[in-house]
Ligand binder design. Structure first.
Ligand SMILES: [Zn+2]
Length: 108
């Protein structure tokens, strides 16, 4: 059973940059541009899907679609259950890393 709370956490608490880095070659090509992570939009194929760190959503400036972590994996060919399972594993790893590190001064 997949809870709504888990889905919310997968969308909001796991940075998309972490997801894309973890996907590696299985994920979309990405680059850092002007301080933002951009990746190849799976819908239109332009390198203009840009992660907004404030809401952890990627917005494509070409086709104007928004993508969250779950949408990203679905467009990469995962089914919903495998996308949730994969993201849940990444979120646990991410939270374990965060817990081991002192807060950075630039965190708000
Ligand atoms: Zn697009």
């Amino acid at each position: 059973m997949i809870s709504a709370d888990l889905l919310r956490r997968l969308r909001n608490e796991l940075p998309m940059a972490v997801t894309i880095a973890a996907l590696g070659r299985q994920g979309p090509p990405s680059k850092i541009s002007e301080g933002y992570l951009r990746f190849l939009c799976p819908r239109c194929g332009e390198m203009l899907a840009t992660v907004n760190p404030r809401n952890n959503l990627a917005h494509c400036f070409c086709c104007r679609k928004n993508l969250n972590n779950i949408d990203l994996l679905l467009t990469e060919g995962h089914d919903f259950r495998s996308a949730v399972a994969l993201l849940e594993g990444l979120l646990k790893q991410y939270e374990a890393r965060q817990a081991n590190q002192p807060p950075r001064s630039d965190d708000r």
